[in-house]
Design a protein around this ligand. Structure first.
Ligand SMILES: Cc1cc2nc3c(=O)[nH]c(=O)nc-3n(C[C@H](O)[C@H](O)[C@H](O)COP(=O)(O)OP(=O)(O)OC[C@H]3O[C@@H](n4cnc5c(N)ncnc54)[C@H](O)[C@@H]3O)c2cc1C
Length: 397
């Protein structure tokens, strides 16, 4: 493994940095999650267009499908720089999950029709997988899609859908074979969110920001989806989706967030005092900061290795446990650093994001919500995958 950048990559990195430095001057203050406010989402859409113009949304996709035909390593480099600026503009669902799935399993006609609008940053997708009784056990899902001429008629309920209230389209799994209760009866579809029969109902999140954050239930009542929008053969959706899951979990830019929070905490500890002594001089504080720093370096290596493996394979398709390891480590580090921040900041650590609290209260929401440990497949499930795929232990399901 050689993680050093080539001359060309260094030049590309400089170009990315210059772009984000300039564009982020237009960002709403403390932009945060793209679904956190209308202003954040509007800026996200603006950045999607800008990144589309630059050809950076689909850097590694073939040019005939709207991509820039560059190596996957450039995509990783781009994501790393983008994350370091906290910049929006990449639709995680469209550009990072559905697009690569279409590339993997779509027909030529679908690739030509569906991929260029994603690469140009024109369309926002959401993900319709989970159902009230089918989260970890996703293969048991019940939403049905019944063939009717050149359409499918879809009925059922999805849950925990992120951003469905603002998305243009949903990509989803539905049961096309009712006789087959598990994976063998599932197919992949995408639908226009304005289709007749789709209803989006917001869910209140436990940090009380449900109204703005927008996690949703999505209900389907006799929704007609054109058959041309089924990806892959009928009833073959589960096998393909297992690949899509790894695109979602590789999360190679994720460690940047921990790095940035750790930097803020270290700065804070250099100036804040407890019992007359700088926090930076307190052995127990130093120990905890150093422990997170060490884990961060390990996480960075895991992220680099995933990118390197994908680049060497020439596709996102790598054994699943690599992505699972990265997901567990990244999300649990977020939790660790925010728990430490809350401890060190005392009462300030419990105040919602604000100008008036120390390091702007960045830790509170992550402290309260362990969503990252759950979404994209819970960390227990990721450990199961690592056990069977990485360690060769018996598989239970
Ligand atoms: C913030 C957030 C955003 C999300 N966004 C989306 C989205 O956009 N689209 C979408 O489709 N879904 C989304 N999800 C749903 C997410 O994928 C599911 O919540 C997740 O897969 C877990 O499913 P569940 O909630 O039904 O929990 P369950 O599957 O009921 O699990 C409950 C607990 O049991 C544990 N568990 C279950 N089975 C096993 C097992 N075999 N071995 C060990 N432990 C087990 C789990 O780890 C968990 O701790 C989101 C979730 C969150 C929190």
């Amino acid at each position: 493994m050689d993680f050093s950048l080539t001359k060309e990559q260094i030049a590309l990195k400089v170009e990315f940095e210059a772009f984000f430095r300039e564009e982020m001057k237009n960002a709403p203050p403390d932009i945060g999650h793209v679904h956190e406010s209308d202003a954040a989402f509007d800026f996200h859409r603006y950045m999607m267009k800008r990144l589309g113009e630059k050809g950076w949304i689909a850097i590694s996709w073939p040019e005939e499908y709207g991509g820039s035909g560059r190596p996957l390593m450039d995509h990783y480099l781009f994501n790393t720089v983008r994350a370091s600026f906290g910049a929006p503009g990449i639709d995680q669902f469209g550009a990072e999950m559905y697009g690569p799935t279409v590339l993997l399993a779509g027909s030529e006609e679908q690739k030509k029709r569906l991929l260029p609008p994603i690469a140009r940053g024109e369309v926002v997708y959401c993900q319709g997988w989970s159902e009230p009784n089918s989260g970890s056990d996703l293969a048991s899902l019940k939403t049905s899609a019944k063939r009717d001429g050149d359409h499918y008629v879809v009925n059922g309920q999805k849950i925990w859908n992120t951003g469905g209230n603002r998305a243009d389209r949903i990509f989803m799994l539905a049961r096309t074979n009712p006789e087959e209760p598990r994976g063998k009866g599932l197919s992949i579809f995408s639908a226009d969110m304005r289709s007749e029969g789709i209803e989006v109902r917001p869910i209140e999140y436990m940090d009380g920001r449900g109204e703005v954050y927008n996690y949703n239930e999505v209900w389907f009542t006799n929704v007609r989806i054109p058959a041309e929008d089924r990806i892959g053969p009928e009833n073959a959706g589960w096998k393909i989706t297992r690949e899509t899951m790894n695109f979602e979990r590789s999360g190679i830019g994720g460690f940047i967030m921990v790095e940035q929070m750790l930097e803020k905490l270290v700065d804070y500890c250099k100036s804040a005092r407890r019992n007359g002594k700088l926090l930076a001089e307190d052995p127990s504080v130093r120990l905890k900061l150093a422990e997170i720093y060490a884990e961060l370096q390990a996480k960075r290596t895991i992220a680099d290795r995933i990118a390197w493996l994908q680049d060497s394979a020439g596709s996102h398709k790598i054994p699943p446990h690599y992505a699972s390891e990265g997901k567990v480590m990244g999300t649990e580090l977020i939790q660790k650093v925010t728990y430490l921040a809350t401890e060190l900041l005392g009462r300030h650590g419990q105040v919602t994001k604000s100008e008036w609290t120390k390091i702007k209260g960045v830790a509170e929401s992550f402290y309260m919500c362990v969503g990252a440990n759950i979404y994209a497949g819970s960390n227990e499930i990721q450990r199961n995958i690592t056990a069977w795929a990485g360690l060769g232990l018996p598989r239970f399901s």
